[in-house]
Design a protein around this ligand. Sequence first.
Ligand code: C5P
Length: 214
Amino acid sequence: MKIAVDGPAGAGKSTISKILAKKLGINYLDTGAMYRAATYKTIKESIDPENEEAVVKAVENSDIYFKDNEIYLDGENVKIQIRSPQVNRLVSVISKIDEIRKIMVAKQKKISESSDVIMDGRDIGTVVMPDADYKFYLDASIEIRAKRRFEEMDDKSAMMSFESLKKEIAKRDEEDKNRKTGPLKVAEDAVVIDTSGLEIDQVVELMAKKIKGE
Ligand code: C5P
């Protein structure tokens, strides 16, 4: 079984996909973590993000993989590093590079061919698994999505204000929606769910019902 879950930042994709994967007994793959790891690599190596050739070379020469559902870069567990404000700001710049998308999509397609999986991202239903058995597009108002992300932050005072977080998310959405290759958009055959007024469990329930054909 293959399930694609797309949508903008903070729509609840990863939390919900993880629960659903457990419920269905299939694997979960967070494709955003892969783009984040590639971004972290460029930061670590002080590569100019506008220098596409150098970015691509660095990513080609790196080993990005999952072990026990956690993301690794060149043998190092980077699950904390990939959530930094620096990565948040830069990830949509790195992920709009065609060659970077080619590398990531190829890896993701390979994973989808070898196992039953629920994948979340931006281009899963449209590019990575156009043949998925079920496609969902989760959305929510920018206000709600920023609020969720803000509440997830450990040390709010040290990070950023709610307003700047909201701006940053809106900017990332715009970049993700307007890029040439693999933009964020609703797949023709996706079920769209507005999660704004819903609890996590309610969304999981809605999706599980669709999958069971109820
Ligand atoms: O899902 P998450 O917010 O962690 O994704 C981080 C960024 O990675 C997105 O804003 C987008 O720029 C990029 N991404 C992508 N394609 C995917 C998943 C994520 O371009 N399939």
